[in-house]
Design a protein around this ligand. Sequence first.
Ligand code: ATP
Length: 534
Amino acid sequence: MNEQTATNLTEVERARRVALAVQDVSKTYGATRALDRVSLEVTGGAIHGLMGGNGSGKSTLIKMLAGVVTPDEGRLSLKGGWIDARSHTPARAKASGLHFVHQQNSTFPDLTVAENLALGRGFESTAVKSINWHAQKARARQVLDRFEIDVAADAHLVRLSPAAQMMVAIARALQDQDDTDERGVLVLDEPTASLPKHEVDVLLTALRRYAADGQTIIYVSHRLEEVTAITNEVTVLRNGCVASRLTGAEISHDTLVAGITGSSPSSKQGGSRRSNDVIASRVHLSQSAGFRETALTLSRRTPNGTTDERLLVRAGEIVGIAGLLGSGRSRMLKQIFGATPRDDFDVTVRSGTVPPSDMRTAMKRGLAFVPENRLREAALPELSIAENLSITSLSEHSRVGWIRPARERKAAQRLINEFGVRAPSTRAPLTALSGGNQQKVILARWLQRRPDVLLLDEPTQGVDIGARNEIHELVRAAASAGTAVLVVSSDFGELAALAQRAVVVSGGEVVDSVDGPLTEDILNDIVYAQEKAL
Ligand SMILES: Nc1ncnc2c1ncn2[C@@H]1O[C@H](COP(=O)(O)OP(=O)(O)OP(=O)(O)O)[C@@H](O)[C@H]1O
């Protein structure tokens, strides 16, 4: 065999092992180059990490693979031959074996496992065309066995652990894949965004098993420790370009941070130095402020007419709410703010009581609330970035009832700089920003008010590592300046890093409290012990 033939054989062998390839794909939105000649190769049976800071182009690339965003140029190879990426469609993505599971909206919590597995695919039917529930459940059990998911077919999804719910979503996406056929590619978009550590471990173990069984997986995540733990190859995007490609032992915390931020692998502090400058210029840290008077009290009304104080947060204090998905932790924040009705507990702040179901009064009384689903519940997607930022402080930008746009835009530009939002201009609609940057806008909107009480639900979900540090510093700075902060996070490491102490919520009630110093393990142990005890 001559040298040329050997090289060709290696090339052929390599091409055979590639499950998906993208070549020189570009996409421009107005003045923004979202993808700039991006190429990537995903090896069959690999778990391929896709990483990058907010606005680096990950979602655009995934949407292009799903056929819902048409690129300006580029080629795609799925199951063999190359096609022009501009001709790719959702139907073609499906036919080529591409399956997408997003953290939200991939399943229906109120339906059973069997119903979830049947929806969109068709229910088993009897001879007279009615649903054959018996066959339906039997089929669901087969799928559950195949994916080694230990739950009952007739269990309602909402009753399952978060990791089990995600595994059902994955089984739902892959159930029709023929075992004998070449496997497709499963794209998981931030699958662990709201899972605590224990649940993450369960899911990662299942994913490793699926990959060992030949399933190719693209794993999109901001969580460095998961990407280092689970992937065998990684593509890092930065500013729409491929910043690095890593395989095997090259994948480490340092090399990922270097790829994401552009810093050299040894200078770990690259991202946070800017953040410290930003914070210092924005808020005069009054480290000596310490804890002051009570800023927020939550009291439960008892049947005999007395009140039972359940939660108290002092000015300048950061208190975490730890609990599992479905524990009522997010609902509790919404009830305090009046976004969800409450009838059996009272909320008191420094300026008086906060009436139930009255967000306007809650805001007047100094409360601010950043919900978990910021885009659906807090953003005004069709309005500009400047308008989204000014909505909570309109009086500062208006005179005799008229908004002064120039002033509004100037203030918006200042916030964009301070919070490190990557935005083309203050006039661009919020939808023109990447998910993480939209989140920063919503946070900036509330933090600029310097509220008395700040209620934060999953403050850094979907936010990149640099921005996460910046947001933590901003929250600490707000607390140092006197704001009482109550924060929910499924990432107990985040709670331990931010909060001085925590309360544990289960079944919508405060059931325990943990004094600092907090660690992720302490919080995990206490929360799981509480769940077991119930
Ligand atoms: N529909 C759109 N219109 C205009 N600009 C857009 C649009 N979608 C994305 N962009 C821009 O393209 C760039 C890449 O965005 P993309 O959503 O792909 O980033 P991302 O890596 O997924 O970020 P994140 O982690 O924050 O979700 C960003 O600058 C964003 O503002």
